[in-house]
Write a protein that binds this ligand. Sequence first.
Ligand code: TMO
Length: 317
Amino acid sequence: MKKLTLLASASAVAVMGVAANAADSDDPIVIPIHNWSSQIVMSNVVGQMFEEMDLNVEYVTTDSQAVYESVRLGDVALELEVWEGAFGASFREALSKGGLHDAGDHDAVTREDWWYPMWTKDACPGLPDWKALNDCAAVFATAETGDKGRYLDGPVDWLKHGQERVEALGMDFVVVNAGSAAALWAEIGAAEAEKKPVVVFNWTPNFAEAVWPGEFVEFPAWEDGCDTDPSVGPNPDALYDCGNPATGYLKKAAWDGMKDKWPTAYCVLTKISFTNPQIAEMAKLVDTDELEPEDAAVEWLSANRGIVDPWINECSG
Ligand code: TMO
C-alpha cells in the first residue's frame, strides 16, 4: 500500500515536470566533459538539474579547446566552464565564426598560472617575482632538465604556452607537460615530505588551495593582445610574454539553437552562477574525498538546494 502511494506521487511529479517543460525537446542535451574535476562535477550537477526537470541529458568527453567548435555547430549544447586564461582565445575565435554565444559569467574570479607550494619560498625567498624565480632556476633542476629548472605545465590541451613564455622571457626553465591533472597533484604531494621546491601549473578556484597553501608566480601583468600582438608585453618580438589574467572570468557558453530547442534548460543555464568556494567544493569532493563525479554531484546538489532551486523555479513557472 505504502509502495503504491509512493509510485503514484512519483509519477504525479513526473507528469508535472513534463507539463512545465513541454516546450523543450526530448532530444538529449549533450553536455561536454573535460579533464579537471570541477568541470566534470559541475557538468554533472547541471545535468542532474536538467534531469530533475524531466529533460534528457547525455555526457560526452571532449577536448577542452575543440569543444568551442562543437558548441558552435550544436554537436554539444553548452560549455559550463569557459576559463579566460586557458580558453579565452578558442572561445573568441568560435564567437567570431558564429553559432555560439556568451551565456553569462559565473560569480567566480579565476586565475591559472605558474604556482608553488609555500615551502618553495624557503629556497627562493625573492618569490613570487618571476625574475627571482628565474634567478633560482637551479633550485628546480632535475636529472631530466640538467642545469635548468623543471616547470610542470598542464596537459597539452589546456594550451598554456609555457614553452613560448620561457622563450619570450629568456628563462632558464624546461617545460614538461603533465599527462593529467592528477600528475600535477602527485608532483606537489611527492615534494611535500622533504619540502622540496617545485613550480607547477595550478589554478583557482580549486581544491588544492585548501590542501597546500601557495602562491602564483607574478609575471608581467596580462594585457589584451599579449597572445596575438608581439608588441604587447615586455618583449617587443614575442607573444606570450605576460602572465595569464590574474582576475580572469569564468563564463558559460551556449549553442545559439539551445534557447529554441530547450528553452527551459536554456533559461536555467543563463541563471546559473557559481562562486569560488562552490567550485572549489565541487573539485574537493572528487580530488580529496575521492567520490565519483556523479556521486559528487549528488552530494553537492543535496547540500546546495537553496542555491539551485530558485533558478529552476524561476524558469519552470
Ligand atoms: C583549465 N584549468 C581550469 C584546468 O586551468
